[in-house]
Design a binder for this molecule. Structure first.
Ligand SMILES: [Zn+2]
Length: 80
């Protein structure tokens, strides 16, 4: 089951709840603080993990692969 980060529209409290997609869509989740079912989903910023072996976070496709000449096939000009 997925976890939902929800915010109550009524009392503005945020909480995390584990529920099925069906339970969420049917509005069976209620605020633990006030019992309201007027809930908004909270989207959190997720830190983007750097790929292992990726040596440049400027170039989206850069890979530290010496067989291809390193970052961006050696054509990357970032950072001098
Ligand atoms: Zn509430």
């Amino acid at each position: 089951m997925p976890y939902y980060d929800l915010r109550c529209e009524k009392c503005q409290s945020e909480f995390n709840v584990k529920a099925s997609i069906q339970e969420r869509s049917e509005g069976k989740i209620s605020c633990p603080t006030c019992g309201s079912q007027e809930l908004a989903t909270v989207y959190r910023k997720v830190n983007v993990l750097r790929y292992k072996g990726k040596d440049c976070d400027v170039c989206p496709v850069s890979v530290n692969d010496q067989s291809h000449g390193g970052c961006c096939n050696g054509n990357c000009r970032h950072g001098g």
